[in-house]
Design a protein around this ligand. Sequence first.
Ligand code: URP
Length: 384
Amino acid sequence: MAGAEWGSLEQCLEKHIPPAELREVKRILYGKETRKLDLPSSAFEAASREDFELQGYAFEAAEEQLRRPRIARVGLVQNRTPLPTDAPVAEQVAALHKRIEAIVEVAAACGVNIICFQEAWTMPFAFCTREKLPWTEFAEPAEDGPTTRFCQKLAKKHDMVVVSPILERDGEHGDVLWNTAVVVSNSGAVLGKTRKNHIPRVGDFNESTYYMEGNLGHPVFQTPFGRIAVNICYGRHHPLNWLMYSINGAEIIFNPSATIGALSESLWPIEARNAAIANHCFTCAINRVGVEHFPNEFTSGDRKKAHRDFGYFYGSSYVAAPDGSRTPGLSRNQDGLLVAELNLNLCRQMNDVWNFKMTGRYEMYARELAEAVKPNYSPTILKE
Ligand SMILES: NC(=O)NCCC(=O)O
C-alpha cells in the first residue's frame, strides 16, 4: 500500500498516458472537464511560502432565462497535524489554529465563500488508541469553545462561512462527547451544529469508545451562498444519510473525513461522487494527510500485531458535481487547499434531466423500511 512516496492518481495518469488517450481516460474517470480557475498569483506564492498545494476548478451550468447563475466558491482544506501527538494538548491545538489561519488567508484571496476543514481538525485522530486522556481533552463546546471563537473571527474577517468539524463536549448534557461540525455564518454568528450520525467499528476505527451516534438528524444550513449540510466521514458509506440531507434541501454536502489507504482508498473516488449524482447536489470529500504516531501501542482484535499508528491518511480531497463530473484530487502527501467554483443552478438542471427525486418512490421505501425494521419482520423471499 502506497504511502507518502506516491503523489496522486492524477500525477501518475499525466505522467504515463499519452495526451489523446488521457483525454478519454479523464472523460470516463472524471466526467465533463472542469475549467481551471484563474486564481491570483499572489495566492500561489503564499501557498508555496506556507508549503501547501493550491488548486482551483470551476463547474459550469447551462444558462437559464429566468434565473441568474448562482455562483459559490468552496474551499476544502486537508492537512497533517503539525506537532507530534505527545506534545502538550494546548500546543497541538494552537499549532493547528496557526496552520489553518494561514490556509484560510489564501482561501480568502481566492474568493472562497464557504470553507470546510477535515474531520476533528483540532486534534490527532487518536480514536484508534481507545485511551481517554489526553485525547478527550481536545473536546470543546460547539457554541463557544476556543475553536469556535477562532472560527468566528476568521468568518467575520473574511466574510466566509466556516465549517469546523471538532470533537464536541456538550456541557449542557452531562459533558457528553460528540463528533460534530459547527457551522459559522459569514457574519461571524454560529449558525448551528450537526453531528456524525454513523460511527465506524472497523479495524482501528473504533470510535464508539469516545462519542455517541448523532441525535440532531439531518440539518441543512441556509447561507447567503447556498444551502449546505455536513455528512461526517463514515456517513459517506450510508446512502440514506446523503439522501436525507438532500431531501432537506442541501445543495452542497461536505464530507470531512479521516480515512486510510488500506481501508478505503478504492472507495474514495466513488462514494462522494455517486452521492452527488444520486442526490442532484455538489459533494466535497476531504481527508487528512500523513501518518500520526501515538505514544502507546494498541490492537483492534483484527490479528494485526500491536502498532502505534493508524496507517496512511491519503488526502486526495475533491469536489463532485450533480452531473457526475469531478475535480482532480489534491495530492496524497501534501497539505492543500482546493478551491471550486460551483454554479448551484446545475443541481436543478440535473434534477430535471434525470428526475431521481421524481422517480425515487420514497413513499414505497418508507412503507417497506417501516416494516423491515420491526423485530418480527420476515424478509420477502419467494421459494420454489
Ligand atoms: N473517521 C471515520 O469515520 N473513519 C472511518 C473510515 C472510513 O469511513 O473510511
